[in-house]
Design a protein around this ligand. Structure first.
Ligand code: AMP
Length: 184
């Protein structure tokens, strides 16, 4: 079950959150408009509101554990997990996690990237949510979905603070998806 009514209420006030996100042209390379959440996490009220709203998006789905995607996804996932009183786990770039890992290599626009989790962080029948800061092309989120699916996780939903709908990332995702705010 989703939370579409709450989602509509949140959209009304999305400007409050947008006011704390800077759009930086040509970063990290020419042609990219980078949405910077540094101000958002630095403003206690705006960040608390963002975290509360992210938590509201997923709380009816009754997650058991929230996975965050390195690096800014860690900020979102840790805060939301704490808000909902559930555990948080990390989806990291390769070579950062000790012990046995499960990894997945996926295609980028130029080249490939590898993400991984520790092999013992998925428990049978756990209801898992994946969070990140931004959904652009959707490649990163789908790679995270593929990795956790490979590890036999039950992914109930994924979500980001920001969605860039013109890039049509959500169409790529093989999981329920929600965002708090969008930029055209
Ligand atoms: P994508 O795989 O294209 O959906 O890109 C999403 C990932 O890249 C997320 O982890 C974001 O942190 C980062 N990202 C992509 N595009 C942007 C953007 N325009 N502004 C900020 N972060 C971005």
């Amino acid at each position: 079950m989703g939370c579409n009514m709450e989602l509509e209420v949140m959209k009304v006030n999305e400007q409050n959150i947008k006011n704390n996100i800077a759009a930086i042209p040509d970063f990290p390379k020419p042609g990219i408009l980078f949405y910077d959440i540094s101000t958002l996490i630095g403003d206690p009220l705006a960040w608390a509101e963002t975290v509360n709203r992210m938590a509201l998006l997923i709380k009816d789905l009754k997650p058991d554990v929230i996975f965050g995607i390195e690096a800014r996804g860690f900020l979102v996932a840790t805060a939301v997990a704490s808000n909902l009183n559930v555990g948080m786990q990390m989806i990291r770039k390769s070579g950062k996690l000790p012990g046995e890992t499960i990894s997945l290599t996926y295609d980028l626009e130029y080249g490939v990237d590898t993400i991984e989790i520790q092999s013992d962080v998925i428990t049978a029948n756990q209801r898992i949510v994946i969070l990140d800061d931004v959904l652009a092309t959707g490649g990163t989120m789908q790679a995270a979905i593929d990795l956790l699916t490979m590890a036999k996780a039950e992914i109930i939903c994924c979500a980001t603070i920001i969605e860039l709908p013109l890039l049509r990332g959500r169409e790529k995702l093989r999981a329920e998806y929600h965002s708090l705010i969008t930029y055209d």
